[in-house]
Design a binder for this molecule. Structure first.
Ligand SMILES: C[S@@+](CC[C@H](N)C(=O)[O-])C[C@H]1O[C@@H](n2cnc3c(N)ncnc32)[C@H](O)[C@@H]1O
Length: 208
């Protein structure tokens, strides 16, 4: 088993079936990564902590009735694929959509979904061109600064939806800058995987 897998799986406390799906994701990622660079080579050895646990921690954050979850700029599937796998465990009727413009990465995302038998839709399109999704939850990790993420939210987030954006140590600077052009409410939830990082949970995003 790969570095950290046991510890992370114990921490997540998921069923055997879900553990197997996450293990399948990690082995497919290891296999595809040298060809299409889904995560940086240096972070591959910490895949479970840096990517899988980091993605899983946002799964609990939306309200239970949030049905339509859209992950933009999904890349190698963080957090989108992990959210789809965890949602499948709960057999809830949540609809998951991943938007990613790189065709090869989309082929990887579809392969993992097929092999794990997890339902989700992959849109291989540019975020700014894809049909508006009216998401209840919009997530994006390592995609853009907050101001650009708000522009994407304007297109894809539903009226009462919330956005979940994991951000690193400079998140306060990004918030300040975004406040020049946008009004919004936010909580900064401490990350479980990086001491200075947070997950920004943002709602009521409006242009000023
Ligand atoms: C730095 S990667 C992050 C991937 C993943 N979210 C993660 O945290 O590992 C950003 C991803 O967003 C995709 N992307 C960037 N701009 C995009 C756009 N305008 N429309 C769709 N995908 C985009 C890129 O192809 C890339 O896979």
């Amino acid at each position: 088993m790969m570095n950290g897998a046991k510890e992370v799986l114990a921490q997540l406390n998921v069923s055997r079936e879900t553990s197997e799906k996450l293990l399948l994701l990690s082995s497919l990622l290891e296999k595809w990564n040298p060809k299409i660079n889904l995560v940086s080579k240096s972070s591959l050895k910490d895949l479970w902590m840096r990517h899988i646990l980091d993605s899983a921690q946002i799964y609990e954050l939306p309200p239970e009735n949030a049905q339509n979850w859209v992950d933009i700029g999904s890349g190698g599937g963080f957090p989108g694929l992990v959210i789809a796998i965890l949602s499948a465990e709960n057999a809830n009727s949540r609809k998951i959509t991943l938007i990613e413009s790189d065709q090869r990465k989309c082929a990887f995302l579809r392969t993992v979904l097929r092999e794990t038998e997890v339902p989700a839709t992959v849109l291989s399109e540019r975020i700014e061109k894809a049909d508006p999704q009216r998401a209840d939850v919009l997530s994006a990790r390592a995609l853009a600064d907050l101001s650009l993420l708000f522009e994407f939210s304007e297109r894809h987030l539903g009226e009462r939806g919330i956005a979940l954006f994991p951000k690193g140590a400079t998140w306060q600077k990004e918030v300040k800058l975004a406040q020049e052009s946008w009004s919004f409410k936010y909580d900064a939830i401490k990350s479980k995987t990086e001491p200075e990082a947070v997950i920004l949970k943002v709602g009521e995003i409006r242009r000023v």
